[in-house]
Structures are given as structure tokens and as C-alpha cells.
Design a protein around this ligand. Structure first.
Ligand code: FAD
Length: 390
């Protein structure tokens, strides 16, 4: 049986009728232009500053492409559509940049609501959150650097740890697996300590808390092995989301400015090598592991599929998941699920104004370099052509 064919655009876009495919086509054409993205970002920022309502402009196009809805109820409808193609959803509350305790508390309740929404729904196999959604960045930075905290800071740190614990506890109570995203290296040690203690507490019977490993860092393959040994010695599951890492430019810039060793791999090849090695390592120890490969890279996704086959791991084995972002790389998600693998997509949601930073990042990511047709656009064009001929 063929492993998986990412070229099959019929399967990749089976969930989009011609109208929706055309909408995606025009959207990717527009955001393919760096000038249009810059202009769009300028207009949005101006509208935000002047408090001009602009949601209606965004809702039917870029928001519809990359977000599930403005709230959980709306996102569940999007999740049900994905579920028709056996593609799972991960409700991702994508509101960013909050900095005060009452916002952190609201976010905690919202994350717990996503966990509640996922309970008993096989089409929502995971929940997710970022530690910076429930704790001040500057506080994490201080904890990470081992700096002493003031009384107020100490109280905030205790509250933040309590929130993280509450979220993991609620996930554990409901049997919902939970990803904790990885972030900047200068707060990641603090995150690691917190996540590891949650894994030790909640991963004894089944993999509930998933740590995220960024393989663009040259120290993370080793960290993965150490984490595995530590959890194994406590008879806990090593649940991990493997990603390359999203903050390379920022990491390199900071390391250069502050004159410390760049934590990022010297080349893309080195990142790819460690990413693939991490996949192989987890599969070699699959009885201790549960993994999710969070990637839009076709080769890595295919490699994971082939390595599973080599080791006789069933395609539907719940210990192995593939994940992509909603609105991107449908050729990977839908073809993998069509071939019988476990797939889920991050389904970001939130009030339109609040998810704008997320949407702008997606637009920037899909802006073509030197006018080439971006990958998403080429795939849509291929499918449009196929439908025209067929
Ligand atoms: C479901 C999902 C969850 C995610 N969760 C997180 C998360 O929690 N934390 C996080 O940081 N990111 C996360 N990401 C983003 C991810 O880390 C990558 O930034 C993104 O997916 C692009 O990598 P890729 O594997 O898809 O594809 P590719 O296009 O093959 O890889 C691009 C990546 O390779 C690395 N890279 C590129 N050039 C170089 C170079 N010159 N030297 C060294 N490395 C290089 C960078 O990490 C870059 O992002 C997630 C992605 C997905 C799909």
C-alpha cells in the first residue's frame, strides 16, 4: 500500500467547493504580494489605533482562511467540517499580548473551556496553551535567569504556577491530552521546569501533558533524551510535540546583540537532521512515548510515515499524530488522514481584533520571495486546473 501521496490535490481540497477554493486562491494571491501585506498591516494597525471597527473587512477572507471562529461555539462548527474528512482540531485561543493578572485568569478559564469542549470528542484530540498566556513574560525571564523576585513578583509567580497546574489538572480529570507550546529560549528553562513537573504528576497512567521540543536549538535533541530518561525513571509517559521552532530570527538577533552563543543550529540542514533524529528516537522508544509531529514539511511527514511502517506501528496508533495549522498545508493534513494516519490542525480562534497579530504572521509567512508563486497558491492552482479539466 502506498504510504501517502502529498501531490493529490483532489483529496487535499475535497472540503472546499469551487467558491471556497476561489476565495483561498484570491487570498493567497493578495498576501503573496509583500506590498499588499505591508499595506494591509499598516491599515490594520491604523484602524486599531483609531479604534475603527474593521472586523467585517477581515472576517470573510483572511480570518476565515486561518481561524476557526471568534469563540469556541463558532470554532466547533469549523472543527465538525474538518472531522468530516477525519481531520482533528486543536482549539487554540490565539489572543496574545495580555499582561495583567485578571487577563491571565480569563485566559486560564478560556483554556479550561477548550478542554471541556474537547472532552469526549475524538475529533478534538488535544488542547493547547502557551505559558505566556497565563504568566507575564518579564516574570518568566527573571525566573529563567535565576534572579530574585520581589514580594509582588513572587505572588504573581505562585499564581502563575497555580494556573498552569489548574489547567493540567482539568485536562487530566477529563482525559484530554494537552500541548504546552515552546517559546523563546530565554524563558524556556522556566517553562521546562514547570512542564516537567506537570508531566511527572499527570503522565503516570496515560500521556496527558505534552512538552514541545524545538529542534532548531542545537541542545534539544539531547534534552529530549534526558527528559525521556527522567520520565521513564518515574514510570511516566514522555509526551512531546516535535517542532523545528518559530523564532529563529529573534533568537539569532538577541544572541548577537547580547553576545552569547546562538542557541539555534548553524544551518537548516542541522535543524532537519535533529528533527528527523528526534522522530526516530521517539519511535525507537515508542512504548514510553506519545508524539505529535508539528510540521508543514513534506519530507519530515513522509519520513515519519515511513519510519512507522518500518517499525510495524499502525497508522492509526494514537501514540503518533501529525499536526498542521488551519488554513495551511491541507495537502499534508488531508492526504495523511486519507491514508489512515492521525492528523489534527491547530484551530486558532478569538475576537478578530485580538487575533490580528496571529493573522499578520500567517500573511507574512505566505508572502512570496522574489515574486515566486507560494506553495499554497501553487497547490490551489493545480487543483483549479484539475477541476477545470475533469
Ligand atoms: C502544529 C504546530 C505546532 C507548532 N508549535 C510550535 C511551538 O510550540 N513552538 C514553536 O517555536 N514553533 C511551533 N510551531 C512552528 C514550527 O516550529 C515551525 O516554525 C514551522 O512549522 C515551520 O517549520 P516546518 O517544520 O513546518 O517546515 P520547514 O519549512 O522545513 O522549516 C522551517 C524551519 O526550519 C528552521 N530553519 C530555517 N532556516 C534555518 C537555518 N538557516 N538554520 C537553522 N534552522 C533553520 C526554522 O525553525 C524554520 O521555522 C508549530 C507548528 C505547527 C505546524
Amino acid at each position: 500500500m502506498q504510504t501517502v501521496n502529498f501531490e493529490n490535490t483532489e483529496v487535499a481540497f475535497s472540503h472546499k467547493d469551487n467558491r471556497k477554493l476561489n476565495q483561498s486562491y484570491w487570498l493567497f494571491r493578495i498576501i503573496g504580494s509583500p506590498v499588499m501585506v505591508k499595506l494591509g498591516a499598516f491599515m490594520v494597525n491604523t484602524a486599531l489605533t483609531l479604534r475603527v471597527p474593521f472586523g467585517w473587512m477581515i472576517r470573510k477572507n483572511i480570518f476565515a482562511q486561518f481561524c476557526g471562529g471568534t469563540n469556541i461555539q463558532e470554532s466547533l462548527k469549523s472543527a465538525e467540517i474538518l472531522a468530516q474528512s477525519q481531520v482533528g482540531s486543536i482549539l487554540d485561543y490565539s489572543v496574545e499580548g495580555k499582561e495583567d493578572e485578571s487577563d491571565f485568569e480569563k485566559t486560564t478559564l478560556e483554556i479550561i473551556a477548550t478542554i471541556e469542549a474537547a472532552k469526549d470528542k475524538s475529533f478534538i484530540p488535544f488542547s493547547v496553551f502557551k505559558i505566556t498566556g497565563v504568566c507575564q513574560f518579564s516574570l518568566l525571564e527573571k525566573v529563567n535567569a535565576g534572579q530574585s523576585l520581589s514580594e509582588i513578583e513572587n505572588a504573581s509567580w505562585v499564581a502563575a504556577q497555580e494556573r498552569v497546574h489548574r489547567i493540567c489538572f482539568e485536562a487530566h480529570q477529563r482525559g484530554v491530552a494537552l500541548f504546552i507550546d515552546a517559546e523563546d529560549s530565554w524563558i524556556q528553562d522556566a517553562i521546562d521546569t514547570l512542564v516537567e513537573s506537570m508531566m511527572l504528576e499527570f503522565n503516570t497512567k496515560s500521556p496527558i501533558v505534552y512538552q514541545t521540543i524545538q529542534l532548531y536549538r542545537h541542545d534539544r535533541l539531547n534534552y529530549l533524551k534526558q527528559l525521556h530518561n527522567k520520565l521513564k525513571s518515574h514510570a511516566c509517559f514522555t509526551a512531546v510535540k516535535l517542532v523545528r521552532g518559530a523564532y529563529m530570527e529573534k533568537e539569532r538577533k538577541r544572541a548577537a546583540e547580547l553576545n552569547y552563543t546562538d542557541p539555534i543550529q548553524p544551518t537548516k540542514e542541522a535543524t532537519d537532521r535533529d528533527f528527523n533524529a528526534a522522530i526516530a528516537y521517539a519511535l525507537d522508544h515508542i512504548s514510553d512515548f506519545a508524539i505529535c509531529c508539528g510540521s508543514h514539511n513534506e519530507e519530515s511527514s513522509l519520513m515519519l510515515a515511513l519510519e512507522m511502517e518500518k517499525r510495524g506501528i499502525e497508522r492509526s496508533d494514537k501514540r503518533v499524530f501529525f499536526a498542521q495549522l488551519f488554513g495551511m498545508s491541507d495537502h499534508i493534513s488531508y492526504n495523511l488522514s486519507h491514508a489512515g494516519y492521525n492528523v489534527a490542525k491547530y484551530l486558532p480562534y478569538g475576537p478578530i481584533k485580538e487575533v490580528m497579530p496571529y493573522l499578520l504572521r500567517r500573511a507574512q509567512e505566505n508572502t512570496s520571495v522574489k515574486g515566486q508563486t507560494g506553495r499554497e497558491l501553487s497547490l490551489i492552482l493545480k487543483e483549479k486546473q484539475r477541476r477545470k479539466l475533469g
